[in-house]
Design a protein around this ligand. Structure first.
Ligand code: 3HC
Ligand code: NAI
Length: 697
């Protein structure tokens, strides 16, 4: 008997307790232990088997770290079939999260009991696969086809009460899983309850699978696994036998297991957990944060204050004058009303936040007791330096002073204070109470416990925090500027903005770059271009069609016109006919002969620009590892999760082919397409970005 499953005999019941922390994943030792336990129970003449998990959960699924390696026997599908075929009754007692293969083991058991807090689901689609141990065959037999389709294609975790209502579990009972499991098993034995294999139940009722497939495929924006799951459930209804359905599920599962999307999604799973684990902070204690200050209550300040308030912090928000304070309060109230409507906060929490936790002021003296301040005033170094000098004056010793600047140098901002070691960048994304990304920008003198506090705050606000060094635009905006330029150059050279948006949404982005620019406001980029114009390198190509839009007063969605025209009450926009005129004028002025771009070429240039700049960001140490860049793009820029991030995507394409294309583009524009030294090095050494991730672990 392996240690992962402990066998114990209590009267007629053989108890199999899983001990594989932290989440009782169904790795090879657990599978062997369960198989041996069932066989021993039968041999010893036990009348029932109880399966439960020690620690925080029942089985949270297959061991994802085994994916991509040869499967060691027994595999999970065979194990589930063997559990179900056991000659005695098998009971599973669920607590924590019974997910994926975990729920499949539970469904192979003949009876299921759960404690009230237990959650269960088949979340495999989020890993680019489908349930592979009979989940798509057994769940519809107990829950019905519609309910099973919903659970499997969304991967949603379902609470015990809902699972009970759907027939997924037989009973809910208060207590620990061992106690409630033993009592239930004893009761079943006393009643002489029969074995109850789900495989013997009739096939579930079919639905319109083709229509469901199309709907789920469209919702996935290019992600395949949810749609493939529909076909597996279809097999449950239509296959000639249960075992044939299991075989069809297995075939679809194995196909997805080989896919790039599976690799991308599993990279995302592990990277989002690795990204905030910094070895240098392992022994550093963060400072306590209870009260927070926010300077500036515009778009970002109001969003940051909302996020902090919803996480239970008190907030003092400083604005320039009374009128701006009122506007800031209204913005926060509007954000909170949205959160209330979506069920993120209760009415009493809403009231308490507005009446007790939020204070508005126009005088910095109100900040004397705050533990951390985030500045979100205009993007202007002189204004920010004044603000930081005032913060230095009024905040207590040990208070952390953070800037939400998008581009400005945190070292220069820190120099406006007498406490540069307490200064850090905390770069939120708009809307700040919704977007998951937080860049924690570490300046030259930022103290380690200040960095640790940035990460602790991110966790409290439920953000994915990524460490960034100081550079123009930090990790995300610096890379975005680069792929935006590639898009602009393609438009000047003949591609249309609408073609580029279409290609990039086809790749999996929620919006293309020109629709995003309209949403953010074209005036922002226009101001940045004007600011940078005097310092431009003469070799840099410049486009003017966006400036022409702005000169005409078209700033995007907020003015109703930009690259698209937005009609009141309608979602999305239609192409703005003036844009083509502006582009033609720009081409004429610059003597450019437009060329035709195939969609593949559009994608390739856009992605090569992203990867090249990302490689520079890693090579210069601005991002610690390739996976840090991947998480920034995933959580802040809508990069499709199923590709794992731009550098995972690059690995999947092959770095040599990317470098070859960059060198080809460099023949047209050597200034923009300078290959990243790190990319050249990796190609020369035959290594990948993922090799760098592994070395950094
Ligand atoms: N396999 C291997 N490791 C796993 C794992 C799994 N299935 N699930 C979690 N872990 C690891 C995490 O990587 C993390 O490791 P770390 O401490 O080294 O970073 C550790 O366990 C703790 O995980 P979390 O930090 O995520 O802990 P939480 O308490 O926040 O969340 C959880 C727990 C809800 C179980 C979450 O970890 C989770 O969602 N796990 C994945 C569940 C899943 O997708 N299961 C299906 C797997 S696929 C499958 O079963 C195929 C089958 O159909 C054949
Ligand atoms: P905004 O213009 O909406 O808000 C700025 C607010 O600061 C205004 O309400 C203004 O009254 C107030 N303010 C200006 N000077 C002040 C002072 N001295 N004291 C107190 N209040 C003052 O600007 P937005 O978009 O919120 O941006 C703020 C900062 O956040 C900028 O540094 C910007 O680069 C950064 N940022 C913006 C993002 C965005 O998408 N809008 C995303 C991430 C960062």
């Amino acid at each position: 008997m392996t240690e992962a499953i402990v066998y114990e005999r209590i009267g007629d019941i053989a108890v199999l307790a899983a001990q594989n922390p932290p989440v009782n994943a169904l790795g090879i030792d657990v599978r062997r232990g369960l198989l041996a336990g069932i066989e021993r129970a039968e041999t010893e003449g036990a009348r029932a088997v109880l399966i439960y998990g020690e620690g925080r959960t029942y089985f949270a699924g297959a061991d994802i770290r085994e994916f991509g390696k040869p499967m060691e026997e027994p595999g999970l599908p065979d194990l589930c079939n063997r559990i179900e075929a056991a000659k005695l009754i098998v009971v599973s007692a669920l607590h924590g999260t019974a997910l994926g293969g975990g729920l499949e083991v539970a469904l192979s058991s003949h009876y299921r009991i759960a404690v009230p807090g237990a959650k269960m689901g088949l979340p495999e689609v989020h890993l680019g696969i489908i349930p592979g141990a009979g989940g798509t065959q057994r769940l519809p037999r107990v829950a019905g086809t519609e309910a099973a389709l919903e659970m499997i294609t969304t991967g949603r975790h379902v609470a015990a009460t809902e699972a009970f209502d759907k027939g997924v579990i037989d009973r809910i009972a208060e207590g620990n899983p061992r106690e409630v499991g033993l009592a239930y098993t004893q009761e079943l034995l006393e009643q002489n309850a029969p074995r109850r294999p789900i495989c013997d139940m009739p096939a579930p009722e079919p639905v319109d699978f083709d229509a469901t497939y199309e709907r789920v495929l469209a919702r996935g924006r290019g992600q395949l696994s949810p749609a493939i799951a529909v076909r597996a459930v279809q097999a449950a209804c239509e296959a000639p036998s249960f075992l044939d359905g299991v075989r069809q599920e297995r075939e679809l599962f194995m196909k997805l297991m080989q896919s790039d999307q599976r690799q991308g999604l599993i990279h995302a799973f592990f990277s989002e957990r690795a990204v905030s684990k910094l070895p240098e902070l392992a022994d550093v204690t963060p400072r306590d944060i209870a009260a927070m200050g926010v300077i500036g209550g515009g778009t970002m300040g109001a969003g940051i204050a909302t996020a902090a308030l919803m996480a239970g912090l008190s907030v003092v928000l400083i604005e320039r004058d009374e009128a701006a304070s009122v506007a800031a309060r209204e913005r926060i109230e509007g954000n909170l009303k949205g959160a209330l409507k979506r069920g993120k906060i209760s009415q009493s929490h809403f009231d308490a936040i507005l009446n007790e936790a939020l204070e508005l002021a126009t005088n910095y003296a109100a900040l004397s007791q705050v533990d951390l301040v985030v500045e979100a005033v205009f993007e202007d170094m002189d204004v920010k330096r004044d603000v930081f000098a005032a913060l230095d004056e009024h905040c207590k010793p040990g208070a952390i002073l953070a800037s939400n600047t998008s581009y400005l140098d945190i070292n220069d901002i820190a120099a406006a204070t007498r406490r540069p070691s307490d200064v850090i960048g905390l770069h939120f994304f708009s809307p700040a109470h919704v977007m998951k990304l937080l860049e924690v920008v570490v300046a030259d003198q930022t103290a380690p416990d200040v960095v640790a506090t940035g990460f602790a705050l991110g966790k409290r606000l439920k953000k994915t925090s990524v460490r960034s060094g100081v550079c123009d635009g930090f990790i995300g905006n610096r890379i975005m500027n680069s792929y935006r330029k590639a898009a602009d150059y393609m438009v000047l050279d003949g591609a249309s903005p609408y073609q580029i948006d279409r290609v990039m949404t086809g790749f999996g982005f929620a919006m293309g770059p020109f629709a995003v620019a309209d949403l953010a406001g074209l005036d922002i980029g226009w101001a940045a271009r004007k600011r940078r114009a005097p310092t431009l390198d003469p070799r840099e190509r410049v486009v003017h069609f966006s400036d022409m839009l702005c000169e005409g007063g078209d700033f995007g969605q907020k003015t109703g016109r930009g690259f698209y025209v937005y009609e009141e009450g309608k979602r999305g926009g239609t192409p703005n006919p003036q844009v083509a005129e502006y582009i033609e004028r720009d081409q004429r002025d610059q003597g450019v002969t437009p060329q035709v771009f195939a969609n593949d070429e559009v994608l390739r240039r856009y992605m090569c620009a992203m990867v090249n700049e990302a490689a520079k960001v890693v090579g210069e140490g601005i991002a610690r590892r390739p996976l840090d860049v991947d998480m920034v793009l995933l959580f802040g820029y809508g990069f499709p999760r199923f590709w794992g991030g731009p550098l995972k995507w690059a690995d999947l394409q092959g770095l040599d082919s990317i470098l070859k294309d960059i060198r080809r583009y460099a023949k047209e524009d050597a200034f923009f397409w300078q290959p990243a030294p790190l990319l050249e090095q990796l190609v020369a050494e035959g290594r990948s970005f993922d090799d760098l991730n592994k070395e950094a672990r």
